[in-house]
Design a protein around this ligand. Sequence first.
Ligand code: SF4
Length: 614
Amino acid sequence: MTYLNEMLYQVTRPARYTGGEWNSSVKDWGKTHIRMVLAYPDLYEIGMSNLGLSILYELLNSQPDVLTERVFTPWLDMAAAMKKAAIPLFSLESKHPLKDFDIVGFSLGYEPTHTNVLDMLHLAQIPVLASERNDSHPIIIAGGSCALNPEPMADFIDFFVIGDGEEVLLELLGCFRDWKGQGRRDSKKQLLTQVATIPGIYVPSLYQVEYQADGSFKSITPTIAQAQPTIQRRIVSKLPPPVTKPIVPYIEVVHDRGAIEIQRGCSRGCRFCQAGMIYRPVRERSHEEVLQAVGELITNCGYDEISLLSLSTSDYSGIDQLVTSLSHRYPNLALSLPRLRLDRFSVKLVDSLPSRRKTGLTFAPEAGSHRLRQVINKTTTEDEILETAAAAFKRGWTGLKLYFMLGLPTETVDDVEGIAQLVTKVHSLGRKAEGRRPQLRVNLSTFVPKPHTPFQWVAQEGESQLNSKHELLRQGLHRKGIRLSWQDPKLSLLEAALSRGDRRLGKVIHRAWQLGSTFDAWSEHFNYGNWLRAFDESGLEPGFYAQRDRPLDELLPWAHIDVGVSTAFLKREYHRALEGKETPDCRCEACNICGLERWQPDCQQEYQELNQRR
Ligand code: SF4
């Protein structure tokens, strides 16, 4: 410990590793039966802004016989110092090495952080490959949105939790409690066989994978009777109570404020959006519950700013009444409402917030033309966008952030030029409005085809086409008051390859990490050369995974993961996209998640027609 204290003087932001924050839970190591550590494969400042981590930390620590602690990826200076001093990666609360815990649970939310998982295991002196770990090592589990295509990480993880973790983790602990209670009489393999029977748990080592001669995915088959051919995503029907006593970091983190999840799921149905598909159905928290939770959060943490979290905050029923009630009850509280729809209502809503700072409003039109917005099912018209911008400028906002996506299916040069024209129109509206000059920040992301979306079969655009589009916009938007930024197409390619990958990508991830890749999500550390070499040495090509249109009848590597949205719905949405047809948000959806009996009549008819066509 003394050595650790000395080491902390030599690294940046030592509070990343000290623990001891307000509301952190330090249980008696010797008196708790099950010890688990929640591992986040990125920096402390990013992981501590993740609501899922807070939810699980509170839930697991509420179990009297379970101790749950945290660990984040150490920054490069700390990792080097730990390696030099042979200090194994430890938890923040008790400083126990990860290898002393029973379970290490990773949160996988972004594919370019996969190499950090390997690095954390290695720093913890735990073999990175599941096949090289024995009964003395902790069980390594993972959940989060990337677990919905678990195959690329299958070589490293003992089992995956698919979907909402709140119920399934408690069932899992029940299983583990029995196993440990028997003095681990049975081997880890027997434990894995047992957990494979829990709905929502996927144990990759119990499945055999085959490939076609052309390299495409052929089949995935359980090797024992206990393993289910299809893993159903776990869905909690009612949101569990909100976290009102979260840990308060001592250093500034990305979202440095309290947060209440007011709603889970989104039914808007934007066709590129994985979150919109994999977190269905929509589950709202009542106004009363939110009001009470905000009060508790202020009392327990002293926050003066709270975020009302949701994938689509404008769609929360009675959001304006909720904001009014909160403003009356807590007049000095600043509220933040992320992810608002692009309309006047949102501007009015944000403008009504107490203690508002008119620094910036964020909207995401995503595409530059109405045609392409119809393709992606985000059908805001240009008039609506301009009216919203005009309303924002009129109310005194000067800074607007606009998010667009490049490389969307069917995108043409006209659509890209449409972005420049739209942004220019917004800019002139800002100049006409009274007050200061408008400041527009235009962010261009790259379309990444994601599993379980209507665009899961679509190829990602190549680097040179994306570069020309960036250049077109750079020239078209070169003026004072407009700041343009975009994502490196090489990183987007990697993200797409890992998103739509199969189990063979385990070799690639392993090799890239051996070559020194970590913190790939950080542009200054992303080493594309390492990845190209890793693909090459594994006999694979990133373009095969990222830039290939997949036939609708090709078996996808994630086909055994059933997120609840039917493939028939995704195919229907894909065809509608190509026809430029909008699918309205009906909060019942034809995606099958709510059950056929709740479909609206026209959805049922369309589904039957689709089945006849197939
Ligand atoms: S509104 Fe669209 S982009 Fe936003 S979460 Fe919902 S489906 Fe996704």
